[in-house]
Each structure stands twice: as structure tokens, then as C-alpha cells.
Design a protein around this ligand. Structure first.
Ligand SMILES: C[S@@+](CC[C@H](N)C(=O)[O-])C[C@H]1O[C@@H](n2cnc3c(N)ncnc32)[C@H](O)[C@@H]1O
Length: 297
């Protein structure tokens, strides 16, 4: 049975992201910077703390990075299927951070050099990583999926380089490389990784899969078995926090598995207000986390 919208509690205040340092080198479509304040509350609410935080659909990895930088979990594991995105994490976490940062600083970014670089088909990991970060910065919405186009006017009409901030990118990469012992990266299928680790009590999961509706346009890998994901999560020993688009299919799956749901407001692209679903075994901490708690909407 599909749970009616009216029976799902709702957090209507837009989460204030001003306290969230931007740590990812990506500007990631569907990125969860806006959720970080709530993730902090979630990890803080866990009785035994998190020995290991797994992000099975890591993307730009803002949640895992925040947990690693702020000591919210002892160890962070990021899993991502997209090999291009993975090349960045592998390079930065396996000793290539400094040379990637230097290359970014030395790159002269204009339309001609961008086009020339994007026309190459690199095979070495650091080269793939550099090209991926460049694509992420010069393509519309940071979209890396096949068919994404170059920004034309960019931010404030500044053209293709408007999102290329070499100093900021280099600093973020160096900062992440500085704590690489706390983060592991696996390029592969997040669902298989969940299945493999589900018996560990002190492993918790932040699950942010490609959404049912927007996923196809945003990611190279957007098709996942949502039912299987819910089934495995219902068998994990450790806790999880999952986000999804507020779709009937997803509500129904959450209800079938006896999961708690919360609707949270977020600011979408072009300042549109949207509601997304938070799903977990127990979301009482959301109630405790918000002093002015609005009831059902
Ligand atoms: C909603 S995005 C994650 C965004 C991320 N939470 C952030 O804040 O940047 C979903 C990600 O899942 C990845 N993905 C899709 N299928 C996957 C799979 N089977 N295993 C691991 N990652 C997958 C996509 O490539 C995409 O990067």
C-alpha cells in the first residue's frame, strides 16, 4: 500500500548549509551538501558511534568527506561505479593528489585548451582524473553523463571558465590527500558491497542512489535495482540513512520493509523548493534534531 503524503512527517525548513565546508573537488549533480547538517545529527545519535561509514553511491562524496574530516566515523569507505569519477578518488587517495593539484594550477583554462583536452582519450588514471574534473567544471550542471554539453555563458556570463577555480580545487585535493588514511575507495557496485558487508554491526551506510526520475539524465550509471537495494538494507545489522526522490514506488518499498520516512525540504536548482525523502530504520533523531518541528504536511 502506498503511504499517503499526509502521513509522512515533514521538515519544512530549508536546511542551513552555511555551516558546511565545501570539501569535494566535484560540483556533483544531486550532491548532498544540503543534507550534511542532518547527517552530522544522525551519526551523532548512534549509540556506539560509527566505526565505519560506507557511502555505496559516493559520487562527489561530500558526506564521506565530512565524516572523515570531522572525525564522525573512524573509517570511511566510498564506493562508486563510474570509472571516470572513480579515477579522481583513486588518484587523490593513492598518492597522486599533489601532482593533480599542481596540474590544475598550471592549466591555462580557455575555450581552446578545454576543447583540446576534452578531445583526448587518456588511458592513464591521473590523466583520466584531470580530464574528468575539467569536464565536471565546464559542462552544464557538472553533468558527466554521455551527451552533456559545455556551458555556453557560464556563471554571470563569464563563459566556460566560470566554474574553474584552480586554487580552491587544488586546496581541496591537497586537504583530502592529507587525510587519505581515513578514506578508502572502491570502484564497483555499491549494492554488492552492501551485501558483502551487511553483517557488520558497527558499519553504517549513507545511501544516496541515482533517483528514479532524474538519474538517467545526470549519471552514466543510473539504473539500479531499487527493490534489491531495499531488501539488502532491511538485512543490514548496522544503521543506514537513505535519501530518495519522493516517488510513489519508493514510498511503497519503504513501507513494505517497515522503514521510517521523513520528507525534507531542499533548495533545488534555480532556487526551486523541493521535497526529498529520508529513509531509515528509525528516524526519531530527526525529530530531536529540529527544535521547531512541524507536523505532517
Ligand atoms: C545521487 S548520486 C550520489 C551523490 C553523492 N551523494 C554526492 O553528494 O555527491 C548517485 C551516484 O551513484 C552512482 N552509481 C550508480 N549506480 C551505482 C552502483 N551500482 N554502484 C555504485 N555507484 C553507483 C552514480 O554514478 C552517481 O555518482
Amino acid at each position: 500500500m502506498i503511504q499517503a503524503a499526509t502521513s509522512i512527517p515533514s521538515l519544512d525548513r530549508i536546511v542551513n548549509v552555511s555551516s558546511v565546508p565545501q570539501r569535494s573537488p566535484f560540483r556533483y549533480p544531486g550532491g548532498k551538501t544540503w543534507l550534511v547538517p542532518l547527517v552530522r545529527k544522525w551519526l551523532g545519535s548512534l549509540e556506539t558511534g560509527a566505526a565505519r561509514l560506507v557511502e555505496p553511491f559516493a559520487g562527489g562524496g561530500i558526506v564521506g568527506l565530512t565524516a572523515a574530516f570531522e572525525g564522525l566515523a573512524k573509517q570511511v569507505v566510498m564506493v562508486e561505479l563510474d570509472a571516470d569519477v572513480g579515477s579522481v578518488w583513486q588518484t587523490v587517495l593513492n598518492g597522486g593528489g599533489e601532482s593533480l593539484a599542481r596540474r590544475i594550477m598550471e592549466f591555462h583554462c580557455d575555450l581552446a585548451t578545454v576543447k583540446r583536452t576534452l578531445a583526448t582519450c587518456p588511458v592513464k588514471l591521473p590523466d583520466i582524473a584531470f580530464r574528468t574534473l575539467l569536464r565536471n567544471r565546464v559542462q552544464h550542471g557538472g553533468i558527466l553523463a554521455h551527451g552533456a554539453s559545455l556551458m555556453k555563458n557560464g556563471e554571470n556570463g563569464k563563459g566556460i571558465t566560470s566554474r574553474w577555480y584552480p586554487e580552491t580545487l587544488a586546496r581541496r585535493i591537497r586537504d583530502i590527500a592529507g587525510i587519505k588514511e581515513r578514506i578508502s575507495f572502491i570502484q564497483g557496485d555499491g549494492i554488492s558491497y552492501l551485501q558483502k558487508t551487511r553483517r557488520s554491526r558497527r558499519t553504517v551506510y549513507f545511501v544516496d542512489p541515482p533517483y528514479t526520475i532524474a538519474g538517467r539524465r545526470l549519471y552514466t550509471h543510473a539504473k539500479i535495482d531499487h527493490e534489491k537495494l531495499f531488501r539488502i538494507l532491511s538485512r543490514t545489522k548496522g544503521d543506514f540513512l537513505m535519501t530518495y526522490d519522493d516517488a510513489a514506488e519508493i514510498r511503497s518499498l519503504a513501507e513494505q520493509h517497515g522503514f521510517a520516512m521523513f520528507r525534507v525540504s531542499m533548495q533545488g536548482r534555480l532556487n526551486t523548493k523541493k521535497k526529498e525523502l529520508l529513509i531509515g530504520k528509525n528516524l526519531d533523531w530527526v525529530r530531536e534534531a529540529s527544535p521547531v518541528f512541524p507536523t505532517s504536511s
